[in-house]
Design a protein around this ligand. Sequence first.
Ligand code: GTP
Ligand code: MG
Length: 460
Amino acid sequence: MVLDKLGRALHGALQKLTRATHVDERAIKELVREVQRALLQADVNVELVLGLTKRIEKRALGEKLPPGMGRKEHVIKIVYEELSAFLGKPAELRLQPGKSTVLLMVGLQGSGKTTSVAKLAAHFKKRGFKVGIVCADTFRPGAYEQIKQLVEQSGIKVFGDPRAKDPIKLAKEGVEKLKRENTELILVDSAGRHRKEEALMEEMRQIADAVKPDEVILVLDATLGQQAREQAAAFKKATDVGSILVTKLDGTAKGGGALSAVAATGAPIKFVGTGEHIDDLETFVPERFVARLLGMGDIETLLRKIREATETEKLKPTDVKAIMAGKLTLRDVYDQLEAMSKMGPLSKLMQLIPGVGVSVPEEQMRVGEKKLKRFKVIMQSMTKEELENPKLLNSSRIRRIARGSGTTEAEVKELLKQYEFMKRFIKTFAKGRTPRFGPWGKLVKEMSKGTMPSPGKREG
Ligand SMILES: Nc1nc2c(ncn2[C@@H]2O[C@H](COP(=O)(O)OP(=O)(O)OP(=O)(O)O)[C@@H](O)[C@H]2O)c(=O)[nH]1
Ligand SMILES: [Mg+2]
């Protein structure tokens, strides 16, 4: 995860709020102060920080609670929404299949243009587009060789001429040629080094004039921190910058400063670079980015998915009542697992639950999904009566079920243990002791490892 330090600090601030007994004005002001401290340490501009935290405070103190939402959740939601808005509106780069889209990459020396051209080319090639590159950097020695080498493995065509002196002519020829070959995405890499910045800006303008790009993408280095704003403004003045790609987010604690400064200029950030490797490119969606940064997932999506899944679920209201009274059958467990698989891979779902996503490693989640599938197979080998009343399962039946489902006795027993555990868990629920995220997180972890605690050890 990029911006680890900032993410941890923000997450810590929210966790403190979650643990507080009362969410009063003092707790909110304390949260606001901690958010401020975290952002300032990530080199976010002071004025921007103050503006943002003022909005958070005002909303948290002044807004009415939406129905069905607790105060803590409400405050967390506000922080999440304001931070997302702080990083700009989502703006995706859309290509039209069968048509040529020309992107001109500009930026100062060493900002990461050439690397990003290679990353974008690979990104869109993987998505099935015909991609080509024009190397219009006649200034940097070996520029053509560099880009050729970067995309060699991906089999992407590079147009260029190491001996050419006129980048404008070269760019024009290259784009025209690739267009004739029906290339759907044409990426033009330009020079970043020049003796004078003036000359660089002039060259950029002339290339843009010659190739008429659909979009000019400015490449900015995140290690600039909040100074990225000046650079973005200078480029915007010189050319028609359509979007921004921020590189090297992996290698700096100042990334928050760079992202927020760029967003403040109004140009959308569409991609971020998160490493030197060709795959280290991410589409930038503010909400998603902030959700991951906070380690809390996207609440709205989670709620919607759960709602959708329960709508198609077979459980009738009477069944729910019976379950809450502690009459959970194995069939109910089966139905629950079915409903869960409809919500998509468990690993994806878990990332959406606040506080869980960060604590369950991907590797364990995969084991969890596999296990769920095995459980389903086991249940399919059981009789209707056994599903209704698991007490009927004696050791000889367990052996037969294991053989019949191609699993082991240990796995069948594990399922029964899980059934007992769920039963107890739900009883606790029914008694009005709402399980918090903590126990949920633990439950999920245990499920995924397949080491359910024996129900006897838990207080029910
Ligand atoms: N860690 C990290 N390094 C990056 C990233 N993007 C680019 N780099 C590195 O930054 C250095 C400069 O990258 P280039 O792509 O050559 O930069 P450029 O803008 O084309 O440079 P000029 O052509 O000289 O103007 C290289 O060492 C890259 O590997 C990134 O997202 N993360
Ligand atoms: Mg370059």
